[in-house]
Design a protein around this ligand. Structure first.
Ligand code: SF4
Length: 231
């Protein structure tokens, strides 16, 4: 079943809450040029929108435009990477953000739905490439439980609308198992049951974990060694 542009209104309403109670952009922004949160900076992350979502956004806001680049090779590379049912977009900048018109990809960052080898949606994990920059990844215990449930609900709907999207995240989960396997690391999983686990990349065995015991990364690992971590 293909969605209509207005069907995205319900998904936006379902995933309207922030990822954490604190404004995580204020936590990571100071570490990026210009104080811009990393996921709002196209030098670090280029969001995408589903084709019908893009039609909805174009009709209701001037916040977004299609992504462009001076380098034809870069344009070709990115369009090849993105599924046909999505388009790359950029916003007018963090100071112009209209929260009600944030794309689903913006709302979900830094997480993606983890699909097991048995093709089961187990929960959420994160884009590990951002471990060094994203404050949330170093503070998984701060993720709001209602965000976790809402994101899973939204992706169940998206998988029904775009069956290929489930395959995309199945592949992404496979890639994460490979990368973490090579690094002899377990995968942090915000399970759909509401608890947090470490998942073994080869067997997918789950080990309950206290999120506050998970390692911090990048500058957040350094900050954690200071007497007042949040200063
Ligand atoms: S999700 Fe991560 S990168 Fe984006 S604003 Fe929050 S801490 Fe920064």
């Amino acid at each position: 079943m293909s969605p209509r542009p207005q069907d995205f209104v319900a998904l936006y309403a379902r995933l309207a809450m922030p990822v954490t109670d604190e404004d995580c952009g204020l936590r990571c922004g100071p570490y990026n040029e210009g104080g811009v949160p990393f996921c709002c900076d196209p030098r670090h992350a280029i969001p995408t929108a589903y084709q019908e979502e893009w039609a909805y956004l174009q009709a209701h806001t001037d916040l977004w435009r299609l992504w462009e680049d001076d380098d034809p090779e870069e344009i070709r590379r990115l369009w090849e990477e993105i599924p046909r049912y999505q388009v790359p977009i950029v916003c007018r900048g963090v100071v112009h953000c209209q929260r009600e018109f944030r794309s689903l990809v913006c709302r979900a960052f830094p997480f993606f739905p983890y699909i097991s080898r048995q093709n089961e949606l187990l929960g959420l994990t994160y884009y590990w490439q951002y471990e060094d920059r994203c404050w949330v990844i170093s503070h998984l215990g701060r993720v709001r439980p209602d965000f976790r449930q809402a994101m899973l609900d939204v992706y169940r709907t998206l998988f029904a609308w775009y069956p290929q999207e489930r395959e995309t995240f199945r592949h992404q989960s496979t890639m994460m198992r490979r990368v973490f396997g090579r690094r002899h690391r377990e995968i942090p999983l915000l399970h759909r049951d509401g608890f947090m686990y470490l998942l073994h990349p080869r067997t997918e065995a789950l080990r309950p974990v206290d999120p506050s015991s998970l390692p911090k990364h990048g500058v957040y690992a350094l900050a954690a060694m200071l007497p007042f971590e949040d200063e």
